[in-house]
Ligand binder design. Structure first.
Ligand SMILES: Cc1cc2nc3c(=O)[nH]c(=O)nc-3n(C[C@H](O)[C@H](O)[C@H](O)COP(=O)(O)OP(=O)(O)OC[C@H]3O[C@@H](n4cnc5c(N)ncnc54)[C@H](O)[C@@H]3O)c2cc1C
Length: 498
């Protein structure tokens, strides 16, 4: 029996905690807010699962194609192949997915999927239903749940992780530490991510000396309302189209797949057209009709109505916003990282599944698969992840220095400006100088601890974006518009001096 500390209570952390508990380990689950806070409960579209055997191969192919040359096919096989079991485990816990009249699981379509394989719940409330089922199961288990417990750092002794230090200084010892802290959308001024998504786990891993990679690969979602509320891709999958200020369906001029082209293509096209015309692009779902919109997308429908908008009659303005971090702590699908005893799962991990552009609805799937696989890795002993062939050597990241007073709002606005839609060397260089000038905030309360993490992450992300002198997937360099095949290697970053 091992003592396991899981940090984070989204789909990945809750799944890992439940699995470890079921297999007889002593589990503590730390989460910095309440159990259901995080991206998981906000997920709308669904979970991509290849329910028919032969579809696993096509799901892998779609994942690889969307990832623009950076997907690790081994990770894609493991995650796509693990989908049916992970889904069955959620159904067993009581997650109620939508079904057709014959009782089989209803499946929707999202961008860059070649077939309908998106399983959903409550129409567009998939994440809320998954979170509900997992939280209820954890509450009914013997997992020790600690809410409002902010994990500050990984404790490292003799080259391995041995626990977690909380903000108040308490050390929670562990044989295995599982980081499941989610994404880092709060790094950018426009995001769909909840307030807890401040990249804490990635910053903790960097400080602990673990490898992180691909931080420059930040996925934008193309259809976000001006208030940051997401309008799921499943809406376009159901037939909604994007129009410019003249009413023209412009995406077909950009890509033959139109609105269902990969996210990076659609997000860039939306941003460019809005910039050219000086007016927002609109999502036109009027052809779907009021009844279908309310039945299939009740959460979005209710939100729009609260804003006084009737999308069955009138197109609604949308804009791109930061949505998903493809990069993170370098990890295997089993969560193993470069630091023995430390595992990373879910959005904070970089398994290579998403490459340079995540395929829609693959992230809930990844968290559910990894949450279960990590427990097997823990039982296998605290071994480090084997280095991946061809990966670059770790680069240093400066975690201290600077004297200027830090403000989160300024950081977020700077990061959106230089990392948002397109990047250039002069803008990134200026941003790097500004970031170096800020003094890292002393972590005295949750807000300042998050600020310190955001600053570390911003420095590493800008450096990673400077080093990738090509355009690939979510990473678009206006000064390097072509993809350079020689850069199809992940960049690994490491803490300074480690
Ligand atoms: C609006 C929206 C819609 C989405 N729709 C979909 C979709 O339809 N399909 C899909 O596959 N994906 C979707 N995604 C992405 C997906 O929801 C996330 O990638 C996934 O839920 C991440 O799960 P996770 O368990 O890694 O992290 P999260 O669910 O984000 O949970 C992270 C947890 O870590 C905790 N935490 C963070 N830092 C600390 C700390 N220092 N100490 C203690 N606890 C900490 C947080 O409080 C939280 O409990 C969507 C995301 C958003 C924002």
């Amino acid at each position: 029996m091992s003592t396991v500390v899981v940090v984070g209570s989204g789909v990945a952390g809750l799944t890992a905690a439940l699995e470890a508990d079921a297999r007889g380990h002593r589990v503590t689950l730390l989460t910095k807010a309440s159990l259901a806070d995080g991206s998981t409960a906000r997920a709308q579209g669904g979970v991509a699962v290849a329910l028919d055997g032969p579809d696993v191969r096509r799901h892998v192919d779609d994942t690889v194609a969307a990832g623009a040359g950076l997907v690790d096919p081994t990770a894609a096989h493991a995650v796509c192949g693990g989908g049916p079991d992970a889904l069955a485990a959620l159904v067993c816990l009581g997650a109620g997915f939508d079904r057709t009249s014959d009782g089989s699981l209803a499946r929707g379509l999202e961008a860059a999927h070649s077939v309908e394989r998106i399983v959903h719940a409550g129409g567009d409330a998939t994440g809320a239903e998954i979170a509900r089922a997992l939280v209820a199961a954890v509450r009914a288990s013997t997992v020790m749940v600690r809410e409002d417990a902010f994990a500050l750092d990984v404790v490292v002794e003799h080259g391995r992780a041995t626990g977690v230090r909380l903000l108040d200084g308490e050390v929670v010892p562990a044989d295995a530490v599982v980081l499941a802290t989610g994404g880092s959308g709060q790094l950018l001024g426009r995001t769909t991510n909840p307030s807890v998504a401040t990249g804490d786990g990635v910053a903790m891993a960097l400080r602990a000396g673990a490898h992180v990679a691909d931080l420059e690969l930040v996925q934008l979602h193309p259809t976000v309302l001006p208030d940051g509320f997401l309008v799921s891709e499943a809406v376009r999958g159901a037939g909604a189209v994007l129009r410019d200020a003249s009413g023209h369906r412009f995406l077909l001029d950009v890509d033959p797949r139109g609105e269902l082209a990969p996210r990076d293509v659609v997000a860039r096209a939306v941003a460019r057209r809005a910039h050219e015309q000086g007016r927002p692009v609109v999502l036109d779902a009027t052809a779907l009709g009021a009844e279908q919109l309310a039945a299939r997308f009740p959460t979005i429908d209710a939100h729009l109505r609260e804003l006084g908008l009737d999308w069955s009659r009138q197109p609604v303005p949308v804009t791109p916003a930061a949505h998903y971090a493809m990069g993170g702590v370098v990890a295997g699908v089993d969560g193993r990282t470069s630091l023995p005893g430390l595992l990373a799962i879910g959005e904070c991990a970089c398994t290579g599944l998403h490459g340079a552009n995540r395929l829609a609805s693959n992230s809930l799937l990844e968290g559910a698969v990894q949450g279960r696989a990590a427990v097997r890795a823990i039982e296998d002993g605290p071994r480090a992840l084997a280095p991946r062939p061809g990966w670059g050597a770790p680069e240093p990241v400066t975690v201290d220095g600077g004297t200027d007073a830090f403000t989160r709002a300024e950081l977020q606005s700077l990061m959106w400006d230089v990392l948002g839609v397109e990047r250039t060397e002069p803008a990134l260089t200026r941003a790097a100088a500004r970031l170096a000038a800020w003094a890292p905030p002393a972590p005295t309360d949750p807000k300042s601890a998050e600020d310190a993490n955001l600053l570390v992450l911003a420095r590493a992300t800008v450096e990673a974006a400077r080093r990738r002198t090509e355009s690939r997937g979510a990473h678009q360099r206006a000064d390097h518009p072509r993809t350079d095949p020689s850069q199809a290697l992940h960049r690994v970053l490491h803490r300074e001096g480690a």
